[in-house]
Write a protein that binds this ligand. Structure first.
Ligand code: NAI
Ligand code: MG
Length: 487
């Protein structure tokens, strides 16, 4: 079912100070194609010593290099050049994420790449619009503020949207004049390395972007704890987020965390049911469910519960699951054996706790980490499958009658990343938008993103907002300057 790889990738190195280098230890790690379980290539494995070198390079580039000081608009031009080259290399980048992550080529091509390109365009436009204020203070003083870059930024990203997560973090950091050390996820380092090549070709000065692939507890932890890193931006699991937060305490570096979710997708009887079915499909099966804001808790108003699930399972059964490189594939492989096993064990737990399988509930095929689109019904909000982030194509349907009780359950999660409401009643929708504790609310849609619109979590889904003008807050600091006019 899964076609053989039709391209060859050379061994990959670390990007430090504008040079491609081996790791200090000389170690390599394997990156696997989850659709075939075969090795794609080996990559230099960064560890603490490599992070030290990368941070030193980023520090030098920040303090001495031109990046922070060049005309802001010229920074924008380099970001635009990077955007242009990402566009020229879009097929290769899409293919790299597809073989490395297992997601369908139609999605990397039509979702990840356009969003990454748009994000670069958006932040290229901000470079010369980041400015301070003049402030009417008391007395004979002139007071103004300057918005300056934070300095050396460490960025630790996950594997679910490898290139896009890199760009979400790198583009605003560079636009604000920072220098960066990026640690890609060990499962999916390839597109970030290609992006590093592109940045060099675009003329980004040496040391401004350093890329150190490696494992979390080694390279990742060293970056989070580094005493000369001014800020860490992290996306990933909650337990890792806590470790990053503790590690950051050493030099009190600022942090932003984008963590997990267990987002409620709420369908009322007065909604356009077919659109809501589409939304529920996208909400849980897009990217094999490996989405932090996946609509994994599906609250269905009792009156339409049966009809809705019938339509949804019919659609789920017709999803084409298989070879990620086939343009017609709609759902690919889970990223790794670890993730595959984790999802199957959650499915077992759902069965054991008495939830009813409507469709799916097992692996798909016998090679590659494919899981069938899975729908559980008769789920209680207190079951493990309704409480914990599964990060797979597994949705839990929960029927409701009473609005207040449903809101209580929707908010009854330590997470608060996103929520969606499907209804034709606009007052109800807007009222719920206020009551739901989540960083993003979708009304009659799901999984909408735009480089200009902020994204981030309430509660234990993290803090700090990426994208939009809000990302500038993460990557700048404000300096207040006083001038005595009385002398
Ligand atoms: P993870 O949080 O361990 O990995 C994310 C990134 O953090 C990777 O680059 C990893 O190398 C790094 N990392 C790991 N340990 C670290 C440490 N001690 N210090 C610094 N960096 C560290 O996530 P993992 O283990 O890949 O996935 C496990 C679960 O996490 C998934 O099943 C899913 O539930 C959740 N997850 C959530 C994501 C999100 O977007 N919110 C993304 C990826 C995973
Ligand atoms: Mg982990």
């Amino acid at each position: 079912m899964v076609r053989k790889m039709d391209r060859v990738i050379k061994s990959q190195k670390l990007l430090i100070d504008g040079k491609w280098v081996d790791s200090v230890s000389g170690k390599l790690f394997r990156t696997i194609n989850p659709a075939t379980e075969e090795e794609i290539t080996t990559v230099a494995e960064g560890d603490k010593e490599d992070i030290d070198l990368a941070v030193a390079a980023a520090r030098k580039a920040f303090e001495k290099g031109p990046w922070r000081k060049i005309d802001a608009r010229d920074r924008g031009l380099i970001l635009l050049k990077i955007m242009e080259l990402v566009g020229e290399n879009r097929d290769e980048l899409a293919w790299l994420d597809t073989v490395d992550n297992g997601k369908p080529i139609s999605e990397t091509t039509n979702v990840d790449l356009p969003l990454a390109i748009d994000c670069l365009l958006y932040y290229a436009g901000w470079t010369d619009k980041i400015h301070g204020e003049t402030i009417p203070v008391r007395g004979e003083f002139f007071n103004y503020t300057i918005r300056e870059p934070v300095g050396v930024v460490g960025q630790i990203i996950p594997w679910n949207f490898p290139l896009l997560m890199a760009v979400w973090k790198i583009a605003p950091a560079l636009a604000c004049g920072n220098t960066v050390v990026l640690k890609p996820a060990e499962q999916t380092p390839l597109s970030a390395l290609k992006f590093g090549e592109i940045c060099q070709e675009a003329g980004l000065p040496d040391g401004v972007l350093n890329i150190v692939p490696g494992y979390g507890p080694t390279a990742g932890a060293a970056l989070a704890a580094h005493m000369d890193v001014d800020k860490v931006a992290f996306t990933g699991e909650n337990t890792t987020g806590r470790l990053v937060m503790r590690a950051a305490a050493g030099n009190l570096k600022r942090i932003s965390l984008e963590l997990g979710g267990k987002s409620p997708n709420i369908v009322f009887a007065d909604s356009d049911l077919d659109s809501a079915v589409n939304g529920a499909m996208t909400g849980i099966f897009f990217n094999q469910g490996e989405v932090c804001c996946a609509g994994s808790r599906l609250f269905l108003e009792k009156k339409i519960h049966d009809e809705f699930l019938e339509k949804l399972s019919d659609r789920a059964n017709r999803l084409s699951v298989g070879d990620p490189q086939d343009p017609n594939t709609q759902m690919g492989a889970q990223v790794s054996k670890e993730q595959f096993d984790k999802i199957l064990s959650y499915i077992d737990s759902g069965k054991q706790e008495g939830a009813k399988i409507v469709t799916g509930g097992e692996r798909s095929g016998n090679k590659g980490y494919f899981v069938k689109p899975t729908i559980f019904d008769e789920v209680n909000n207190t079951m493990k499958i309704a409480k914990e982030e599964i990060f797979g194509p597994v949705v839990s349907a929960i029927a409701f009658e009473d609005l207040d009780e449903m809101v209580k359950q929707s908010n009854g999660s330590p997470y608060g990343l996103a929520a969606a409401v499907w209804t034709r009643d606009i007052s109800k929708a807007h009222k719920l938008a206020r009551e739901l504790k989540a960083g993003t609310i979708w009304m009659n849609t799901y999984n909408m993103f735009d480089a200009a619109s902020p994204f981030g979590g309430y509660k234990q889904s993290g803090f700090g907002r990426e994208l939009g003008m809000h990302s500038l807050e993460l990557y700048t600091q404000v300096k207040s300057v006083w001038v005595n006019l009385g002398i």
